[in-house]
Design a binder for this molecule. Structure first.
Ligand code: ADP
Ligand code: ADP
Length: 229
């Protein structure tokens, strides 16, 4: 029931070591929050999990697929691993509905009617079905981020990665996105979230991981983490 297993993972950008012997196992249904100072490698680590970045040493296995140096076909990996970014990365020229339909149709070969059904189901799930025919620019930041979450869910991934999903939002929109993420967690979605939202971590995380200078320097359950003297 291991969805992600990273063993002694290291990565360099030129001479700079961004990840240094990182070990992390993510089991099915687990909710992990990664925190730590800016530049500590949090984003790099989770980007290695869906092969947006390539690690150079160690081993990463995602849903039984071993990611390796010369890997070319990353489609299978990305089908299993949904990702939500700080900047929503929606396709600006497509409606909300098409944004959600595109992945299943293009990478999974799902028929248009089925993709539409799935898209509407997940737009309902993030509580914005009425925005389906709008374009991203017509939506608030919080709504766009919920579309981005719905779009990822349409691929029915094994695990969802969140890379500071609320840090580009106006403060009044943070809570609607955190509520959506909390509701996914309650439904049993396996999640790895890079976030500074400690209230979310306390309420939702099974494990909190603290990174510094490319390493995991602390790890514990949120209760220990936040109440220790
Ligand atoms: P390839 O993809 O050609 O096999 P990689 O870029 O994955 O090459 O790196 C190969 C090896 O070189 C890795 O095992 C890693 O340890 C080492 N390496 C890569 N970049 C650096 C660097 N900037 N400094 C030190 N070692 C590095
Ligand atoms: P965090 O998510 O914890 O803020 P990152 O994983 O984004 O940290 O970055 C870790 C370190 O790697 C930072 O020092 C950053 O400047 C550096 N870095 C990230 N991406 C690149 C890149 N494409 N080229 C060179 N350095 C990079």
């Amino acid at each position: 029931n291991k969805v992600i297993e990273a063993t002694n993972v290291s990565k360099w950008y030129g001479a700079f070591r961004a990840l240094a012997d990182v070990n992390l196992t993510v089991r099915k249904g687990e909710r992990i929050v990664i925190c730590g100072p800016s530049g500590s490698g949090k984003s790099t680590l989770i980007r290695c999990f869906n092969r947006l970045e390539a690690h150079q040493q160690g081993e990463i296995v995602v849903n039984g697929i071993r990611l390796h140096n010369k890997m070319r076909d990353v489609t299978e990996v990305r089908k299993n691993v949904g990702m939500v970014f700080q900047h929503f990365n929606l396709f600006p020229h497509m409606t909300v509905l098409m944004n959600c339909m595109a992945g299943p149709m293009w990478t999974k070969g799902v028929s248009e009617p089925d993709a539409r059904k799935t898209a509407l189901k997940f737009l309902e799930r993030v509580r914005i079905p009425e925005q389906a025919n709008k374009f991203p620019i017509q939506l608030s930041g919080g709504q766009q981020q919920r579309v981005a979450i719905a779009r990822s869910l349409c691929m029915e991934p094994e695990v969802m990665l969140f890379d500071e999903p609320t840090s580009a939002l106006d403060p009044e929109m943070v809570s609607e996105v955190l509520e959506t993420m909390t509701s996914l967690a309650r439904d049993g979605m396996t999640m790895v979230c890079v976030t500074h939202e400690m209230g979310f971590a306390r309420a939702v995380a099974d494990r909190v991981i603290f990174m510094d200078r490319g390493q995991i320097v602390e790890e514990g359950n949120p209760h220990d983490f936040f109440t220790r003297p």
